[in-house]
Design a protein around this ligand. Structure first.
Ligand SMILES: [Zn+2]
Ligand SMILES: [Zn+2]
Length: 216
């Protein structure tokens, strides 16, 4: 029995929308449905999965833009992000206009997440860690049994999230990475919000923004 995942890049920002599923129950969550719902739903169908919820890392358009439409189509509960990102979600129609996306509707999550919460996908449980800095309400999902983390725009292979948005903060982001992510273990593999996967250990060695030698 295990947690499986598959990543579908969506939107002009090539955001990694990730399907997570429990192979015991074949029940699945869509993490960060930024858009391109047909592609997400065909990945669900190909694998014979039953969608049970939407999980969100943070309130940016490229991560949540497809949420209202997916809820309308499939009646799924929405869990995350942290309440501090409510202002981003309320501003979705404006974000869409700003980035030249088709009009999107806003929504209200059924459950805001906090540090120490857990979320379930089928029979599997993931930990929630609040990692502000890129946005104030950013959360990451960690599946301890398989050492897999979905970190949204906190950390990328070789880079870190932007902090030049309203309520973004560079020092806060660095602390989120070094004090919340690194303790989860060097061997943790992570799916970032954009680009290829990596491990925390690899980033501690080579990421120019957060490598250990920067602080040593
Ligand atoms: Zn973002
Ligand atoms: Zn993003």
């Amino acid at each position: 029995m295990a947690l499986q995942f598959h990543t579908v890049p969506v939107t002009p920002f090539q955001q990694n929308c990730t399907l997570l599923w429990c192979d015991q129950t074949m029940r699945a969550a869509v993490v960060d449905p930024g858009g391109d719902l047909e592609r997400i739903l065909s990945a669900v169908e190909e694998r014979g999965l039953t969608l049970e919820k939407i999980l969100l890392t943070h309130g940016h358009l490229d991560h949540v833009g497809g949420t209202a439409a997916l809820v309308a189509q499939k009646q799924l509960p929405v869990e995350g992000p942290h309440r501090e990102d409510a202002f981003w979600i309320e501003q979705l129609p404006m974000q869409a206009q700003m980035f030249g996306f088709p009009a999107v509707e806003t929504f209200t999550p059924d459950r805001w997440l906090e540090q120490g919460d857990t979320v379930t996908v089928g029979d599997e449980t993931l930990e929630v860690h609040h990692c502000p800095g890129h946005t104030p309400g950013h959360v990451i999902f960690f599946h301890r049994p398989s050492n897999l983390a979905l970190v949204g725009d906190v950390l990328f292979a070789g880079s870190i999230g932007r902090t030049d948005f309203p309520k973004g903060d560079h020092d806060t982001l660095i602390r989120s990475i070094t004090e919340k992510l690194w303790p989860l273990g060097d061997e943790v593999r992570f799916v970032p919000g954009h680009g290829p996967m990596s491990t925390f250990g690899q980033e501690r060695q080579t990421n120019p923004f957060v490598a250990d030698k920067r602080f040593g």
